[in-house]
Design a protein around this ligand. Sequence first.
Ligand code: NAD
Length: 492
Amino acid sequence: ATERTALFMFFGATGDLAYRKLYPSLFNLYKKGSLRTHFAVIGTSRQTLDDDKFRVAVKKSLADSGNRADSKEASDFISHFYYQAHDVTDTAHYSVLKDAAEKLDKKYKLQGNRIFYLSMAPQFFGTIAKDLKAQGLMSTNEDAFNRLVIEKPFGRDFDSAKQLNDALSNSFEEEQIFRIDHYLGKEMIQNIEALRFGNTLVESLWNNRYIDNIQVTLSEKLGVEERASYYDNSGALRDMVQNHIMQIVSLLAMEQPVAFTDVDIRAEKVKALRSLRVYNVADAATNFVRGQYGSVDNQPDYRHEDNVPADSTTETFVAGKLLFDNYRWSGTPFYVRTGKMLADKFTRVDVVFKRPLVDIFAFPQSQNTPLAANVLTIFVEPHAGFSLQLNAKTNDAGFSTEPIKLDYLVDAEKSKETPEPYERLLHDVLKGDGTNFSSWPEVSYAWKFVDQIRRVWDLQAPNFPNYTPHSMGPAAAEELIQRDHREWIYRL
Ligand code: NAD
């Protein structure tokens, strides 16, 4: 791999995400040669640590993620890590970070390239961005880059997202801001583009003439676990639909980009999102349903989880129908679902084709069951692969048909080699490739859509809990699709 040159400054360097994902991913980039000699990491957070203690923690993070952390390679890598305690609200103290950055820049010949990664509560993003610029931490070297990476959530509605974005854009240009949506780092989500634009067979049928509906399912098996205090303020609509589901849907719905570049792909995603119908009150109420999990056996229901108020009206499940008002998709709905405490952990897209207009096998004396729809499934997690359901003749004496499946599953060996989302995304940041990050226009259209649903839901108290753990959600999610004479393809 091409060696890249940069100084990483991690804010929230002692947090869960940093230890669990960011350091192991950086180490993978090191092992592959994208990072070698000319890089350094400054970890910063409120905690008091020194370089040595920080390095011990980083070493543990590597070991916990399955690396041989006592190897020479690991210790060489870790020797590039430095720590500086810093309260991000203390403006005067940024000068300490600035000095540390300049020292390391010289020591490792980093040419002024800087990546600021904000892995902490979003309420601090604005302040940090302001002081990075005001206190002179951004490189002024003309040939160098300054990049800002930020974690989700990006606001809690359009207004707060806009405020946050305005704050960031006082210091950084849009092309310098990398908004993480880790679903965009997943192998099979990236594969949507290859599947569509690499195959005549697929793309020539990819429209409302041949596709009856598209279903996106992001189901989680676990409940809210220890994230309750964050989650209860957010809910499934904000936590999953506004970002991950909207990103997946826009990749499925967009037109073919002029070229395979971030600028061209983003332009098409934005165009698709602009033609997504924003619902009025009545349509929002019929086209989206919510749920909250009840209790089963000795497991508490959502309202009895730690740190959840006993009268919480936060949804742990959402299902909805999305409609695009454009030439390609008019009349072909996208159904989406996501929730916690469901039957299984699964991320998949089911593309349901229209049945043949005439079923010639259904002549009067025939015993044949009606032809099944062709379904193209994209398996994202836990297994990666595709499946295509076709109709074929059964091998018995008469003439009947049955659905068969052509399956391609990525084998275990290959799956193990597949880079983790964070490794890919960090690599993209190093290259300056914004393809797999959400741009501000995408984020803003997604919020405007989601805000309408939220507005309607906030008018009426829900009847929670309304679904049994380990099911596929509330009955309302079934009704939502059955009303349109359709069914969820993925079911129990
Ligand atoms: P965390 O609570 O584990 O870590 C927060 C970090 O911020 C700690 O290092 C803490 O010391 C530091 N910090 C807090 N206040 C500070 C201050 N005033 N000045 C300096 N440092 C301060 O959080 P996390 O789980 O690592 O999440 C980080 C970000 O990533 C959040 O935006 C979160 O929403 C997002 N995220 C996390 C995950 C995950 O799996 N943990 C997944 C997706 C997104």
